[in-house]
Design a binder for this molecule. Sequence first.
Ligand SMILES: [Zn+2]
Ligand SMILES: [Zn+2]
Length: 266
Amino acid sequence: MRFSVLSSGSKANCTYLEAAGVRLLIDCGLSGLQTERRLSSLGIDPATLDAILVTHEHSDHLHGVHTLSRKYRLPVYANKATAQFLKPLFNTINFQSGEPFSIKEVRVAPFSITHDASDPVGFTFLAEGFKFVQVTDLGKVTPLVRDAATNCNAIVLESNHDPVMLSECGYPWELKQRIASTHGHLSNHEAGSLLAEVMHPELSHVVLAHLSENSNTPDLAERTVRGLIDDLAVSSVKYLTCACIAQATPLFEVGEESVCEMAATG
Ligand SMILES: [Zn+2]
Ligand SMILES: [Zn+2]
């Protein structure tokens, strides 16, 4: 199982996941061209993708979905409430939140999250004996989210803001309220607390995602999260890093000691 967060932040979110020979994008908030460039920088030919999965309809998750779906004849998996916001695609396959489905040998479980969208979800992926979780754009950690994150080997988790920086930044009051609400975005501390709860000896990769440019810094997010998990006896995290807008993360290999050696650029 391999993955890279091609982009993450308030402007564009896109994750590449490869498992059991299946190549997927989770959301595509980059342009089609940028997505192609970043995949190529990791040695992945965009023509070899199998499908795109969509978490919710916000534009930072959708921008390139239409272009890539049509260009590469990719089916797009989305629940009905989200699919109604999509432009005409090569093919749309509806799933229901809470009901697992399969893409070839990959078992996908979409789970509901609290966020100000129609029917937003996070995803767990089971394949090759590993569990990968992607969950961003959530206002709070619910029991469903905790269940999804339990026993995962790799997780892309929202660590959106630092509450003090958020309160002091130049955002309008209404926006600050929205971000901090139970239907907004997860703080660094909330992300770290969830990780501390679900930490187990087989969790090796943590990528903090959807970091705010105005009310967070990668250093602060990482320090806050590390402060909550580093002393745990069961902590086995080998890679803890922050995804960003400017470039893809390395291509991480779950179950291996190292990241793949391809440079992440573009
Ligand atoms: Zn959103
Ligand atoms: Zn978002």
